[in-house]
Design a protein around this ligand. Structure first.
Ligand code: OSB
Ligand code: MG
Length: 368
């Protein structure tokens, strides 16, 4: 493998409905798409999951563009690579900026899978033919509206509901959902909206038989989460706090987390994601694949990763129609009865719809 050409595009796609978390509201999804071409003409695709603003972590679309242009692309362009795992080693010289790294690493994995004539899922060592997914639901204007949405998603076949919470939108919301949907798997995601001093409030959530509480405390914390987990029955799942295998090991050893949400971008790419998966499998920690409101290209990488055996719990990679009128891949990602069938074509396994990509492009630059 030798990548000789790269194109970065900034795309803007309008969400079907605004998506609100404890840290802010998205009406559009602005993101970078990276197209890499090998010397033999094979094209691979990667998506940056960084947002337009540093709300979820410190990275943004613009910091990712800067890191890719000035540091990461120069390390890979025209370099002979035997395996995508080498990218993870090469990028170790650059600190953090995991979402930027993952963007280029993902495209290298796509090329590698095509050149070895296998779906990305198989190239990663995945075994499942279909994966189970749930849905992530933002903060709503009223509990009634939330209940109506959940009813709709249950009708669509989704069997696991993840509900965003924040102070003032938590205990009453979860109590109502549990009463209305006694048999549905429900979990809460706080996106770091609480502190250890909120422990009495968080303990009330133990009454609702939640599958887990995702990232209740600070985005850089694993100490207070360990303290909280000692006092909570509900399992804590870390999202924001885990950036690497080392972070995962420390959090598990401290007892800060019983489940890990793996996001490819947050951990710096598929190679690191696989390492975390393997460590968790050996240590009895179930994992699931998180989502970052990706387009179909980012989702296709999530689908491939989720075929690894320790992705036991349903992930956030719902179908394309969850967020988009029209996605940028064909066929679109379809969830039937809460399951996505893993594509079997080589590489990411979906065709990229270039016309759709162009229609959403607001900036573009080539690198040779
Ligand atoms: O914490 O998982 C999260 C969306 C934006 C930022 C953070 C998160 C999310 C989601 C959306 O929950 C999941 C999806 O992509 O559908
Ligand atoms: Mg989360």
């Amino acid at each position: 493998m030798k990548i000789t050409e790269i194109t970065i595009r900034h795309l803007q796609m309008k969400l079907k409905a605004p998506f609100t978390t404890s840290f802010g509201t998205f009406t559009n999804r602005d993101f970078l798409l990276l197209e890499a071409k090998d010397e033999d003409g094979t094209i691979g695709w990667g998506e940056s999951v960084a947002f337009h603003a540093p709300w979820y972590n410190e990275e943004t679309l613009q910091t990712n563009w800067h890191m890719l242009e000035d540091f990461l692309i120069p390390l890979i362009l025209n370099k002979e690579l035997k395996h995508p795992d080498e990218v993870n080693e090469i990028f170790a010289a650059i600190r953090k900026n995991n979402m930027a790294k993952s963007t280029l690493e993902g495209a290298v994995w796509d090329i590698y899978a095509q050149q070895t004539s296998q779906p990305l899922a198989k190239a990663l060592g995945g075994t499942k033919e279909k994966i189970e997914v749930g849905i992530s639901i933002g903060i709503q204007k009223s509990i009634d509206e939330l209940v109506t949405l959940v009813e709709g998603y249950i009708q669509e076949g989704y069997k696991r509901m993840k509900v965003k919470i924040k102070p003032g939108w938590d205990v009453d919301v979860m109590r109502t959902l549990r009463e209305k949907f006694p048999d549905t798997a429900i979990m809460a995601d706080a996106n770091s909206a609480y502190r250890l001093e909120d422990i009495d409030l968080l303990k009330k959530l133990d009454d609702f038989d939640l599958t887990m509480i995702e990232q209740p405390l600070a985005s850089d914390d694993i100490i207070d989460h360990a303290q909280l987990q000692k006092e909570l029955k509900t399992p804590i799942c870390l999202d924001e706090s885990i950036h690497s295998l080392e972070d995962a090991r420390k959090a598990v050893e401290l007892g800060s987390t019983k489940i890990i949400n793996i996001k490819i971008g947050r951990v710096g790419g598929l190679t690191e994601a696989k390492k975390i998966h393997d460590y968790c499998a050996e240590n009895g920690i179930p994992v699931w694949c998180g989502g970052m409101l990706e387009s179909g290209i980012g989702r296709s990488h999530n689908v491939a990763l989720t075929t690894l055996p320790n992705f036991i719990l349903p992930g956030d990679t719902a179908g394309s129609s969850r967020y988009w009128e029209k996605d940028i891949i064909t066929p679109e990602v379809v969830a039937e009865n809460g399951y996505i069938t893993v594509p079997t074509a080589a590489g990411i396994g979906y065709e990229v719809d270039r016309e759709a990509v162009e229609s959403y492009t607001v900036a573009k630059k080539d690198y040779k």
